[in-house]
Design a protein around this ligand. Sequence first.
Ligand code: NDP
Length: 435
Amino acid sequence: KKRNSHQPEFMQAVQEVAESVIPYIAKHKIYKDQKILERMVEPERLISFRVVWYDDTGKIHVNRGYRVQMNSAIGPYKGGLRFHPTVNASILKFLAFEQVFKNSLTTLPMGGGKGGSDFDPKGKSDNEIMRFCQSFMTELCRHIGPFTDIPAGDIGVGAREIGFMFGTYKKIKNEFTGVLTGKGLSWGGSKIRPESTGYGTVYFAQSMLKTKNDEVKGKTVVVSGSGNVAQFAAEKIIDLGGKVIALSDSGGCIHDSDGIDEKKLDFIMNLKNEERGRISEYTKKYPSGKYYKGKRPWHIKCDIAMPCATENELDERDAKNLLKNGCICVSEGANMPSTPGAMQAFRKAKILYAPGKASNAGGVSASGLEMTQNSLRYSWIREKVDDRLRGIMENIHDSCVKYGMEEDGYCNYVKGANIAGFVKVADAMLAQGVI
Ligand code: NDP
C-alpha cells in the first residue's frame, strides 16, 4: 500500500482483485506462503522514456512514453498502447494489472502489459501523428519483440497509429514480424480484430442473458463512447435485433429514441474514424437525436448498459439511476468503467454485471489469434476468427460461473473473473520458482 499510495487507479484495480482473491488464498496456503499476490502487484519492469517530435510549424514538443511489463508467467507481455493526455504510471499500471487477469482468462498464452504516452492526438495532423509515432517507436522498439512483448491499440491508438509504429519498427529492425497486433489486413492483420472487443462484449452479454433464458433481441441498449469498442458493440447489438439508443464522446452524449440503425451507425463511424468529428454533429444530420452536452448516457432508460469509453465513467449515482430505470444487464467494454460504488450497487441489486476484464477480453483474444496467424504466416477467414472469438467468450463466461457462483444462485462475475484469472497465473509463477 505504502509503495503505491500515490497511484489511485492502480490501487483501485488491486483492491478490487484483492477482495475476491484474498479469501481464496486463505484456503490455498501455498499462494500466501509464496507471496504470489505481493509479487503480482509489482511490475516485472516499468520503462519510461522521452518522446520528442516536431509539429507542422516546426515547434518541438516533449512527451513521456511508457511500457509497463507486468507479468510474463504464462506468455510474452501483451496489452495495448494508449495515447491520451491523462496517461500516467498509475493508469498504465492499473491497465497492465487488469490485463494479466484478462489474458489469463482468454486461455491463450499471453502475459500482461500496457503502455502509451501523455500525447494528445486530438487536433493533430496525420503528419504530426506520424512523427510522434516514429519517435515513440524509436525508443520502444528496443524493449519489445514478437517473443517478448507485443503491443496493440487502445484509446487514441487505432489502425493509423499501429501502421506508423509498425513501419518504424520494421525499418529499424529490418524484420517483418508480428510485433504489434491490430495491423492492416494486407500486412499481417487479422480479420475481425477491429470488431473483436465490441463484438466480444456483446457475446458476453448474450451468455449472461442466456442464464436467465433471455436474449439481446428486443432490448433497448445504451452505449457510452463512440470509438472502436463502442462502434462495434453497437453494430453487434443491432445485428442481434437490439435497439441502440445512445452513444457518447468526451464532449457529451446523444439520445435517439427512434434507435440508431445501421445507416445512422455508418454515419457515426465515418464521422469518428474519417472526419475525426464530434458526436454532437449527429443531431444536425438526424434531428430525431438529442444532444446532452457534458453528459454521459446513464440517465437514459434502458435494459442493457454498455460502458465502452474509459475508466470510472459510471459512478454510484449513475448505477442507481440505471437500476431505477429497470436496467437488467451491464457488460463493460471499457476497462474499469464502473467505480467501486457502482459495482457495489450492481452486486446488491443482483443484476447481470460483467467486469471489463472478462467481458472486453475479446479484443486481446483476437490479438492472440492474430499472433497465431502471423506465426503460421497464414490468414484465416472471417468466419473462423469470429467462431473462435465466440467460443473464447463462452469459455470466459463459464470460468466466471465456475468460480463466481454464490450459494443463492447469484453469479458474481467479478469474483469469478478475478479468481479464474489468478489461479492460472499463480500456478505458473509457483512452477517457475522465486524469480
Ligand atoms: P477509442 O479511442 O477508439 O475511443 C474512446 C472513446 O471514449 C471515444 O469516444 C472518446 O471520446 C471516449 N473517451 C475517451 N476518454 C474519455 C474520457 N476521459 N471521458 C469521456 N469519454 C472519453 O478507444 P477504444 O474504443 O479502443 O477504447 C475504449 C475503452 O475500451 C478503453 O477503456 C480501453 O482501454 C478499452 N478497451 C479497448 C480495447 C480495444 O481493442 N480497442 C480492448 C479492451 C478494452 P473522444 O473521441 O471525445 O475522445
